[in-house]
Design a protein around this ligand. Sequence first.
Ligand SMILES: [Zn+2]
Length: 58
Amino acid sequence: MAKNHRGKGIRTLPNHGRGECPGCHRTGVKLTHELKVGEKTLKVCKICKKVNPSSLAA
Ligand SMILES: [Zn+2]
């Protein structure tokens, strides 16, 4: 199969899954990664998920 469906999953999300990341406060990033902080689950960008997951703990 050709690469015709890449990224289709986030099209159904509000604003195509983009917004301000609660971790790094950049805007226009794709908030596709869920990060559990205590009992809550935040949507963060891939950078906050991979590089600095502990920055949201406070
Ligand atoms: Zn971020």
